[in-house]
Design a protein. Structure first.
Length: 158
C-alpha cells in the first residue's frame, strides 16, 4: 500500500475512535442524570429525617442551651421579692416541660448570698415562650437576682 493511503486510513481510524470516545463520555455524563426523580426525592427526604433526628437528640441532651430566661423583680408590700420572668425556647424540634431554674441572690458587691431552685411546670413547644411568676423572701442585702436554666424534661413532640 502506498504511504498516502495508509496515512488516510490511519487518520480515518483515529477520527472514528475519537468520535466513539466522545459518544461514550457523553453517555456516561448524561445517563446518571436521567434517573427517576423519585429516588432523588427519597434520598433527600431520608437525609432530612436523619438531620432532624440528630437535631432532636442535640436539643434533648442539652435543654439549657435551647431555653433562655429573662426576668424582672420587685418587692411587694410584705417584703417578698416578686420575680416575673419569661422562658423562650430556641429549639426547632424538641418540646420541653418542667423547666428547672436556678436563682442566685447577690449583694451590691457581687457576693453570692444564696442559691435556690424552682421548677416551672409549663410546656414549651419549639419556638414558643411561657411566662412565670415566683415570690421569695430574698436574703437580707440582696441587690440582684440571676436566673439560669438547669434542666428540663423532654416531652414527646407533636
Amino acid at each position: 500500500m502506498p504511504p498516502t493511503i495508509v496515512l488516510v486510513f490511519l487518520t480515518y481510524k483515529i477520527t472514528r475512535m475519537k468520535s466513539y470516545i466522545s459518544i461514550i463520555a457523553l453517555a456516561a455524563i448524561t445517563l446518571p442524570a436521567c434517573k427517576s426523580g423519585s429516588s432523588n426525592e427519597k434520598k433527600e427526604k431520608e437525609s432530612y429525617e436523619v438531620a432532624k433526628e440528630t437535631l432532636a437528640e442535640k436539643e434533648q441532651k442539652n435543654p439549657a442551651a435551647f431555653i433562655t430566661v429573662s426576668s424582672k423583680d420587685k418587692h411587694n408590700l410584705i417584703g417578698q421579692t416578686v420575680i416575673k420572668g419569661n422562658l423562650q425556647s430556641k429549639a426547632k424540634v424538641a418540646v420541653y416541660t418542667d423547666i428547672e431554674l436556678e436563682l442566685a441572690f447577690y449583694s451590691k458587691t457581687g457576693a453570692l448570698l444564696e442559691k435556690d431552685t424552682e421548677v416551672i411546670y409549663e410546656t414549651l413547644q419549639p419556638g414558643t415562650a411561657a411566662n412565670f411568676k415566683s415570690k421569695y423572701f430574698a436574703p437580707k442585702g440582696t441587690d440582684s437576682i440571676a436566673i439560669s436554666v438547669l434542666k428540663a424534661k423532654n416531652a414527646p413532640s407533636n
